[in-house]
Write a protein that binds this ligand. Structure first.
Ligand code: ATP
Ligand code: MN
Length: 452
């Protein structure tokens, strides 16, 4: 059975016979033997292979190996005299599984730009940086589940096709049947779309099971071609019954700190790569987030800070505006220099389900802003009072009959409850230092682009 290189480098079973599989990164020949660097994707490091001319296919095959070829190699693991590696594999068998024509294989040894690699989403995971992103993303996903499961949260699979369109007005992809292009009206009895958030359905389960979370793909047909928006992205949405805004903020802060701590301990090698080549000082930045308390400010205070900053923004500042990324980043990067939680936004710029504060003007909302990223989490305490919710729905022009199920949650055994949405790709961006969100999801979907 094959051994993954990650495990070999960790256990170092010197003197043992092992089988490894992978892709050739480089080949270097010296008199009578060759050095092969093999990567199998299990870790950033390559395994060095010593293949000599006693192998029966040495001249015919081994010496033809080029970057990208796939191989199965058997041999004895020995201590390596070379600098920068502890072990090397002395091959007794090198089987060429698949060749890769060096004339046409697009991933040559030189460094390629991320823009160039985006055109090659089927090959880019074979590069050091994108391979590292994939491993870090996988670990973060695992760690999200671990965080919630340790705390007794129950995972709920909320639907991808939804008929609750109130949240995404205008941003929802419509689901049609067949080639007619008809909205799925005939299929479900009403128009359906791809979900923009699992929140409303998560609320259903929170009001039965207490603490729940959903972690799945969401879709937004917004035409925002930015480095932080995708048309298909993954969202983590916890929802807690008997929980107010303060408890919600506490969970968000604990969760981010937990995830960052976990990734720094379990993905050291990949994180060191990002720290060195992608964002200098990344590890220090992440450690800083873990060590410090998040700053807190109300929306109204934030607007005052922006107005008195004397800074000129592209979007003029005024109470009631939806803060733009430039405002969010100014506050978290220049004023507070750490993660910032902004609370109590004007009700006019937030969805109907957020709980109205006693001032009658603001809602119990909270956004978490990170330096370099801006908004990473958006959440709120939900409106649990039947009459208040109903009048906000009417105000928002929502057909109340369509949402009688949602109102039922307030009719029968209603409780204060809260939750938030954490954009998974924005988290991976923050953790890896990648400047463009297109690099942190395997197959990015953006306006005008959906390869593979
Ligand atoms: P933004 O103002 O950045 O567009 P939003 O206010 O639309 O965000 P929410 O609806 O609150 O975001 O969604 C919750 C979280 O989902 C956001 O905090 C963000 O992390 C993430 N998110 C939202 N839209 C996108 C997108 N198009 N691509 C990737 N992540 C997104
Ligand atoms: Mn948005």
């Amino acid at each position: 059975m094959k051994t993954r290189i990650h495990k070999l480098l960790k256990d170092k079973p010197i003197g043992q016979n092992v089988l490894v599989t992978g892709w050739v990164r480089t080949r270097r020949d010296t008199g009578g033997f060759s050095f092969l660097d093999i990567n199998d994707g299990s870790c950033l490091a390559n395994l060095q292979i010593i293949a000599d001319d006693k192998l029966k296919n040495y001249n015919t095959e081994v010496k033809q190996l080029s970057t990208g070829c796939s191989v199965r190699i058997e041999g004895e693991l020995k201590e390596s005299p070379a600098k920068g590696q502890d072990v090397e594999l002395h091959a007794t068998m090198v089987e060429v599984v698949g060749t890769a024509d060096p004339e046409t294989y697009p991933l040559q040894k030189k460094r390629h730009s991320f823009e160039f690699l985006r055109e090659l989403s089927h090959l880019r995971p074979r590069t050091n940086a994108l391979g590292a992103v994939a491993r870090v993303r996988s670990r973060l996903g695992f760690s999200v589940h671990q965080f919630f499961q340790e705390r007794g949260f129950i995972q709920v699979h909320t639907p991808i096709i939804t008929t609750s369109d109130c949240e995404g007005a205008g941003e929802m992809f419509q689901v049609t049947t067949g080639q007619s292009g008809n909205v799925a009206e005939h299929f479900f009895g009403k128009p359906a779309g791809l979900t923009v958030s699992g929140q409303l359905q998560a609320e259903v389960y929170a009001l039965a099971l207490g603490d729940v979370y959903t972690f799945g793909p969401t879709f937004r047909a917004e035409n925002s071609n930015t480095s932080r928006h995708l048309a298909e992205f993954w969202m983590i949405e916890p929802e807690m019954a008997f929980c107010d805004l303060a408890g919600n903020i506490q969970l968000a802060e604990e969760m981010l700190k937990y995830l960052l701590t976990d990734i720094m301990t379990h993905c050291e090698e990949d994180m060191a790569l990002f720290d060195k080549f992608i964002e200098k000082g990344l590890l220090k930045k992440l450690a800083g987030v873990v060590e410090q308390d998040f700053a807190r400010i109300s929306y109204t205070e934030a607007i005052d800070r922006l107005l008195s900053s004397g800074k000129k923004f592209d979007f003029p500042v005024q109470w009631g505006i939806d803060m733009q990324s430039e405002h969010e980043r100014y506050l978290s990067e220049e004023v507070f220099k750490r993660p910032l939680v902004v609370t109590d936004y004007p009700s006019g710029i937030k969805p109907f389900y957020m709980r109205l504060n006693d001032d009658g003007k603001t809602v119990a909302a909270m956004d978490v802003l990170l330096p370099g990223i801006g908004e990473i989490i958006g959440g709120s305490q939900r409106e649990e009072r039947f009459d208040a919710l109903k009048s906000r729905m009417v105000e928002a022009g929502i057909e109340v009959e369509q949402y009688s199920w949602y109102l039922d949650l307030r009719r029968y055994g209603s409780v204060p409850h809260s939750g938030f949405g954490l954009g998974f790709e924005r988290l991976v961006q923050f953790v890896t230092g990648m400047t463009n969100i297109r690099e942190v999801i395997p197959f990015p979907r953006t306006p005008g682009s959906a390869p593979c």
